[in-house]
Design a protein. Structure first.
Length: 103
């Protein structure tokens, strides 16, 4: 089973070919091809490549959807002061389908 670890949006993702993942919003249209060149590790069965061995590796993905995630709530309060505040937000996300891992 081959897989790769790549970095986008300040986060790292472990993916195999055919996986569906959700990452922070990318500036691509639906159906477009996205290429990630910041690959940290590639594993082809038993062989693991890291560092300078993966300097020209890339992960290719197809943009499936642009959407907003579930609403998240953050609650703040100060004890004994009568202060409380609730704020929420919905992150903008991109759903990707991994099409190829090139090493």
């Amino acid at each position: 089973m081959s897989y790769a670890i790549f970095k986008t949006g300040g986060k790292q993702y472990r993916v195999s070919q055919g996986d569906l993942i959700e990452v922070d919003k990318l500036d691509h249209e639906e159906g477009a091809q996205a290429v990630f060149s910041e690959v940290l590790m590639v594993s082809d069965g038993g062989a693991v490549k890291v560092g300078s061995e993966v300097s020209n590796a890339s992960v290719e993905a197809k943009v499936v959807a642009q959407f907003k995630g579930d609403k998240l709530f953050a609650y703040q309060y100060r004890r004994r002061k009568g202060y409380h505040r609730t704020v929420g937000h919905r992150s903008r996300l991109t759903r990707l389908q991994i099409t190829a891992i090139k090493s």
